[in-house]
Design a protein around this ligand. Structure first.
Ligand code: URA
Length: 255
């Protein structure tokens, strides 16, 4: 029986224990092909698009999560049921600190739980942290590839507009309790905004699974609310390279 949302059955994974998780279903094929040109599409249901690739003889799954905590939690639950033990998110992000420009890679060591889904798995006092080994390999990979990178705390917001204090929305309104939040995260040394890491970290820690997160900065939020579309493709390419290299070194270490 295939799992309900991902429409995948265990035999299709061919024993995979590692998954790369972009948010965007459209990014699954390029990631899988960065690993292995002979990668094979497995399923595409709702926001969940999946491919199987091989690194030497090790099978690796790439599966999109959709945007935000709720859909990410479903992807992780169902992939865990199918045998996945290590999860690496490959995302895009807006920087909060002034000195983090578009194109920078941010590797998350812990996440602020603004995601709205992680509290269904553990109380808010429970930390949202990366697995140290995945963190190590992501850092090693970014260093090796020579891309500008930072390591630190990420704010995982349930929303793209209000929760990330954007005023260029339909209502142009940010509720009072979120006004000034960008400045507060700046002062608290939070590096960036994205929408999935906290859910992923809490869910994986509670289940004894491992998770890591690497994001490419496509909006410099200290200066602008807008995504830098001209630099997005190059930033996404860098982020994919960092993640794929990291799983190669994780697999080498495990052998
Ligand atoms: N993803 C986010 O969540 N925020 C951004 O600003 C860019 C990408």
């Amino acid at each position: 029986m295939p799992v309900y949302h991902l429409d995948l059955s265990q035999d299709q994974l061919e024993g995979s224990t590692i998954a790369l998780l972009p948010g965007d279903p459209g990014r699954v094929k390029p990631i899988a092909e960065e690993i292995d040109q002979n990668s094979r599409e497995l399923a595409y249901n709702r926001e969940y698009h999946s491919y199987l690739s091989f690194i030497e003889n090790t099978p690796v799954i790439t599966c999109s999560t959709g945007i935000g905590g709720p859909s990410t939690s479903i992807a992780i639950e169902e992939l865990a049921e199918l045998g996945i033990k290590k999860f690496i998110r490959i995302g895009t992000s807006g920087s909060i600190q002034e000195d983090i420009s578009v194109g920078t890679i941010v590797i998350t060591n812990g996440a602020v739980r603004l995601d709205g889904a992680s509290d269904h798995f553990a109380p808010m006092t429970y930390p949202a942290v990366s697995d140290p080994s995945i963190l190590f390999h992501l850092i090693k990979s970014a260093k090796k590839l020579g891309y500008p990178y930072r390591v630190g705390i990420t704010a995982s917001s349930a929303t793209f507009y209000q929760g990330q204090e954007r005023y260029d929305s339909f209502s142009a309104y940010v509720p009072r309790h979120l006004r000034g939040s960008l400045e507060e995260w700046q002062k608290l040394n939070v590096l960036n905004y994205e929408m999935e890491a906290a859910t992923m970290f809490v869910l994986c820690s509670t289940m004894g699974l491992s998770a890591g997160c690497v994001c490419g900065i496509i909006a410099a939020r200290a200066k602008s609310e807008h995504v830098a579309m001209d630099l997005k493709a190059e930033t996404v390419k860098r982020t994919i390279e960092v993640a794929v290299n990291a799983i190669k070194s994780l697999i080498d270490e495990d052998m």
